[in-house]
Design a protein around this ligand. Structure first.
Ligand code: ZN
Length: 312
């Protein structure tokens, strides 16, 4: 059987389009789910973002996401299910009060699209507030779960799932833009789906943070091989402007799991709690460590999460 053609190497920065150097700054492996192989991250000299090598063809992306992948994982058992639901409820409420989603708090309920909606938990929070929510998601099982929560979820990616032009008031990329093969093209597709003046709200890991510099290939949010583009604040701003958006705000915040999980990777090299009850207990303990992580991020010059709000 002939081999599938390899995707061309990434030669320009996926964020700002500057030519990338030949040498990588990080070589790492999948410490979360153990997908075979190693990847390089090449850093852009101009904007400080990173690109994962080798590139992955769009058709091969699903092989990088096991069923146990967090946003897809259905909690089983009453105790784990209850803890999982409580954590998701707390995370959702917290996300709505903070950038970038806080920008929608005062907005009149309209229609939004959640790109990479997973099981639909975030989009469902908006449905309960009167919004019409569309979700785009490659996992068939996750889409079925999202539909049960009232989300108009569609199987696919933005490249193969056309959206109605000018139909949406807001678009959300909550930890999904770093996964896409074509971040610029996906933002252009979303801009065409938004009405004039519609908002795009993005959260991605912050490749420019001290935690990434300190932990390097053991930084939790590197998440190789699933994260394809690693955005810096300058890079996220650049790709939004290239896609035709007006950037309204860029900022950082501290994630609950980032620092404890990076320390775990530094000590034992892999995730000890990939799922089940242990993961839920560990996630609860991470919340207790949040004030320390926040203090260190303040001293280190910024958090491990990066947010942007931009207008079409
Ligand atoms: Zn760049």
């Amino acid at each position: 059987m002939p081999e599938a053609p390899a995707a061309p190497a990434v030669s320009n920065c996926p964020a700002c389009d500057a030519p990338l150097p030949d040498a990588s700054c990080i070589r790492g492996v999948d410490r979360l789910h153990g997908v075979a192989g190693a990847q390089d991250v090449v850093a852009c000299d101009r904007c400080g973002s990173g690109a994962t090598e080798p590139p992955v063809a769009a058709g091969e992306l699903t092989s990088l996401y096991p069923q146990a992948y967090g946003p897809y994982d259905a909690a089983s058992g009453r105790l784990v299910g209850t803890m999982s639901a409580a954590i998701r409820w707390w995370q959702g409420r917290r996300a709505l009060r903070r950038p970038p989603l806080a920008s929608l708090r005062e907005a009149r309920a309209g229609s939004l699209v959640d790109v990479g909606c997973g099981r639909g938990d975030l989009a469902a929070l908006f449905v309960r507030r009167g919004w019409r929510a569309t979700g785009i998601e490659p996992s068939t099982a996750a889409v079925a779960a999202a539909r049960e929560q009232g989300v108009d979820a569609r199987v696919g990616t933005l490249a193969d799932t056309p959206l109605e032009p000018g139909a949406y008031d807001a678009a959300i990329f909550q930890h999904s833009l770093e996964h896409t093969v074509e971040p610029l093209e996906d933002l252009e597709r979303i801009r065409r789906a938004l009405r004039p003046g519609g908002l795009v709200l993005i959260t991605v890991p912050n490749f420019a943070c001290w935690q990434r510099r300190r932990f390097a290939d053991r930084w939790y949010h590197l998440d190789l091989p699933r994260h394809r583009t690693h955005f810096s604040p300058a890079g996220l701003s650049a790709v939004l402007e290239r896609a035709g958006f007006d950037v309204l705000s860029i900022g950082t915040s501290t994630s609950t799991v980032g620092l404890p999980a990076s320390i775990q990777y530094a000590l034992v090299g892999r995730c000890l709690f990939p799922g089940g009850l242990a993961l839920r207990v560990a996630a609860g303990l991470c919340v207790l460590a949040l004030p320390i992580a926040r203090l260190l991020d303040r001293v280190g010059g910024g958090g491990d999460q990066l947010h942007a709000v931009a207008r079409s």
